[in-house]
Ligand binder design. Sequence first.
Ligand SMILES: *[C@@H]1O[C@H](CO)[C@@H](O)[C@H](O)[C@H]1NC(C)=O
Ligand SMILES: *[C@@H]1O[C@H](CO)[C@@H](O)[C@H](O)[C@H]1NC(C)=O
Ligand SMILES: *[C@@H]1O[C@H](CO)[C@@H](O)[C@H](O)[C@H]1NC(C)=O
Ligand SMILES: *[C@@H]1O[C@H](CO)[C@@H](O)[C@H](O)[C@H]1NC(C)=O
Ligand SMILES: *[C@@H]1O[C@H](CO)[C@@H](O)[C@H](O)[C@H]1NC(C)=O
Ligand SMILES: *[C@@H]1O[C@H](CO)[C@@H](O)[C@H](O)[C@H]1NC(C)=O
Ligand SMILES: *[C@@H]1O[C@H](CO)[C@@H](O)[C@H](O)[C@H]1NC(C)=O
Ligand SMILES: *[C@@H]1O[C@H](CO)[C@@H](O)[C@H](O)[C@H]1NC(C)=O
Ligand SMILES: *[C@@H]1O[C@H](CO)[C@@H](O)[C@H](O)[C@H]1NC(C)=O
Ligand SMILES: *[C@@H]1O[C@H](CO)[C@@H](O)[C@H](O)[C@H]1NC(C)=O
Length: 872
Amino acid sequence: MASSSTFSIILGILQATIFLISIARTVTVADPSPLASEAIATVESGWWCNYSNNASERCQWPGISCNTARSIIQIDISDAPNIEVGDRFGKLNFSSFPNLVLLDLSDRQLGGKIPHQIGNLSALKHLDLSHCGLSGELPPSLGNLTQLEYLDLSYNYNINGSIPPQLGNLVNLVSLNLSWTSLSGNIPPFLGLLANLRHLLLDRFQFDDGNNTIPQNLWNLRGLETLSLSRCGIVGPIPSALGQLLNLKYLRLGGNKINGSIPFEVGFLSNLTYLYLYNNKLVGSIPSALGQLLNLKSLFLSGNKMNGSIPSEVGFLSNLTYFYASNNRLVGLIPFSLYQLTNLENLSLDNNQLEGSIPQNIEKLMNIKVLSITNNSFTGHIPLALCRLTNLEYIGLGNNQISGSIPSCIGNLSNLYTLELDSNLLKGPIPEEIGRLFHLSNLNLSFNQLSGSVPILSATKLRIIDAGNNCNKISPDPFEGNSHLSPYMCPSPVTNKANSSTILYYINIFLPIAIFFTFSILGYFLFSRFKLKNNRVGVQPTKNGDLCSIWNYDGKIAYEDIVAATEDFDFRYCIGVGGYGSVYRAQLPCGKVVALKKLHRLEDENPAFDKSFRNEIKFLTEIRHRSIVKLHGFCLHRRSMFLIYEYMEKGSLFCNLRDEVEAVEMDWTKRVEIIKGIAHALSYLHYDCSPPIVHRDISSNNVLLNSSFEAFVADFGTAKMLDLESSNQTIIVGTCGYVAPELAYTLVVTEKCDVYIFGVVALETLMGKHPEELLSWLSSPTSLVNMRLIDVLDNRLPLPTSQLVAQNLVRIATLAFACLNPQPKSRPTMKKVCEEFLCGQTSLGVPLRMISLLQLVNCEMHIGGKTGTCNV
Ligand SMILES: *[C@@H]1O[C@H](CO)[C@@H](O)[C@H](O)[C@H]1NC(C)=O
Ligand SMILES: *[C@@H]1O[C@H](CO)[C@@H](O)[C@H](O)[C@H]1NC(C)=O
Ligand SMILES: *[C@@H]1O[C@H](CO)[C@@H](O)[C@H](O)[C@H]1NC(C)=O
Ligand SMILES: *[C@@H]1O[C@H](CO)[C@@H](O)[C@H](O)[C@H]1NC(C)=O
Ligand SMILES: *[C@@H]1O[C@H](CO)[C@@H](O)[C@H](O)[C@H]1NC(C)=O
Ligand SMILES: *[C@@H]1O[C@H](CO)[C@@H](O)[C@H](O)[C@H]1NC(C)=O
Ligand SMILES: *[C@@H]1O[C@H](CO)[C@@H](O)[C@H](O)[C@H]1NC(C)=O
Ligand SMILES: *[C@@H]1O[C@H](CO)[C@@H](O)[C@H](O)[C@H]1NC(C)=O
Ligand SMILES: *[C@@H]1O[C@H](CO)[C@@H](O)[C@H](O)[C@H]1NC(C)=O
Ligand SMILES: *[C@@H]1O[C@H](CO)[C@@H](O)[C@H](O)[C@H]1NC(C)=O
């Protein structure tokens, strides 16, 4: 009995349990528990579609963190790969995450507007949607996120409209970053009531009511550590109330229209570390109260109208690393105390009216890299002590009244890459030690009273060019305007004398070749020796993933500065769009103008491009050739990437050839030099780099011109180290119309592909347009028999009158056709092409008018000497 009753009880319990479970099931379906709806919402969002659809494992999905009750508290996919949000942002059911505290989608391309339903994330404390490509107006429902402490919507350039007043409800906000959007209106006064605010960033906020002042009550935010209002169009003076913000560390007010003088109350801000007031309309003198800011590291005052002298109190700022006060009206002496700033790396005081001499004491600035004081009234000698500052990379003393001689110990400054001493009163010889400065790529000693002879500069990276008449010179001439300097050792002009003396004739041919080879070999050895040492890219990313470096400018230039300089990549600053990204003209806070290559967003997301970016950096840091565009630095900001190049005033060869005015200004002599410059750059890449480098993407778009139409090869985005062991098989890169024909059937890229494209670009430069048609005729050369060279030359220019120029055109056309040989093996090497340029001229024999293209293709015109390209 007992056992049967026990049995029935157990049975009853079992039945009851089964019943309860089935009830629970029905309940689950009818009214899902918070956990269940969280699971449904996570799956339905589609963000994790590449992961198992088994939602009970969602706490292990990338980017998701749960609490102990297995409810989602964080979604941070900023660094998680393989998550596809895209346009599914709005698909998330924001009402289903009652415990979500953190949502970080930064750097994911979302597009579209911020969904209204985001206001349903009632527990949210941290929202980061920076760099998401969002647009449209901010939803007022953001004001429902009353727990929010951190809100970052920065760098969504198309978010517009005004700041909704509902944000005034976010009383817990600690950090509000709305910089670099298109928000406009007035800075709402309610921000001044957010008592917990420590970081307020509104850079590029656009006032649109003409009342461009900062609301008074903002100065009551006593807890502020960051106040960033660059490029907001703020007018009026800095109020003395600024002195109340005792916790400020970052104060950025650059690029506004702030006038008046810097109030002395700024000296109260003892925690201030970065003070950016550049490019405003500040007047008055630099307040001595700045000397109280003992934590100051960066002081940017350039581009104002400040006068008076530099106060000696600046010498108290023992942590000062960057001091920029260029482009002001400062007078008087540099205070002696400034030479005690042992941490100073960059001192830029160009374009002022400072005077006095550089003291021996300068040797205490042992970390200085950039000393730039051009365009002032400095006098006295160059102190020997300068030679002990071995970190120096940039010395700019041009346009002063410095006298005495150039100390030979300057050859000890092995990191020096710029030495500008032009337009001073320097006398005596040029120390030959300068020729040992391996990195030297900018030298300007012009307009002094130097005497003696020009030293041998072959160990430097100065551009040695063939100046015609077999004379090798540096371009631009760093020695001009020194009347006592003996001229370059150039042989006398060739034209007729070559015939009169065979010895001279052979000297004319072989000396330049010998010099060229010596340079190449020397360059090669030095290059390979120094390559290992040249390891300057070792910059640590900041917490934000911000990794920026501009050599000789600022070891840690902020991404914000780059954005500020281009007004967040406003198209007004865009100077070109290439296959790999847009190029912008940017003036940095120090006044320097650079070209920024911003890689297209789509490409950023492709790891191959990331790799190509790093390749380009690695490669370009090791290259300094006068016909290759100089890389000043780079910037990796999470997934935005920039290369910072030397700025080329005239832009690309392509644009200049298409511009009616520029094309005419670019006369035959200039065009010849442009083609030679390209040839030298390619020869350098192919023969003087180890391993050799194939550019792969030369085109007239990638050849840039400076103000004097000198050519510089750019854009090594696709350059791949030519690894001689591997097969060099790759996908075809290169620009349409500039691809060697063999790439159509083999995928093997060799330096002969560059040679082919050089031929195309050379013809394009002579013809003023892409030689498309001509290239198609080349396959049946007989069709060229009736075509004369002058028929294809750019008809916007008059035919050359000088025999020398005519010879050069024929020589280039002949070389170009040789380079276009369909057989890669039959094309000359770039080295050969360059040698050909160095060869003596022989007169044409027939008038230019008579020369047919067929003659050029068949190499009937005798150009150069016995080393002629035609017998290759
Ligand atoms: C889902 O995952 C849970 C836990 O890992 C596992 O027990 C269950 O069997 C899975 N369900 C399916 C349908 O794969
Ligand atoms: C996700 O999966 C789809 C289809 O399975 C695929 O096309 C896509 O590339 C994947 N996305 C990622 C980021 O792996
Ligand atoms: C979103 O979730 C909430 C609560 O979980 C639910 O009431 C609502 O129906 C869901 N909305 C959609 C469109 O699924
Ligand atoms: C979610 O937001 C919408 C409007 O954005 C609102 O109407 C709705 O009541 C909210 N839902 C919940 C569950 O809070
Ligand atoms: C914000 O919250 C209020 C209640 O506090 C609610 O009435 C309103 O619908 C919410 N707005 C949005 C846009 O979600
Ligand atoms: C915001 O930009 C969109 C286009 O992107 C435009 O249609 C809309 O009118 C703009 N809104 C304001 C307030 O300017
Ligand atoms: C926005 O500002 C905050 C606070 O200064 C900062 O931590 C964050 O990195 C900024 N966001 C971006 C994308 O730079
Ligand atoms: C303009 O600025 C003044 C002074 O800062 C202020 O009193 C006034 O309210 C502002 N006007 C508007 C429309 O914001
Ligand atoms: C300055 O910084 C220090 C350390 O970060 C901090 O303790 C202090 O409160 C800050 N504020 C002032 C006014 O010194
Ligand atoms: C300089 O900076 C260091 C840390 O970077 C700090 O410890 C030191 O206190 C600073 N010096 C002064 C005078 O504030």
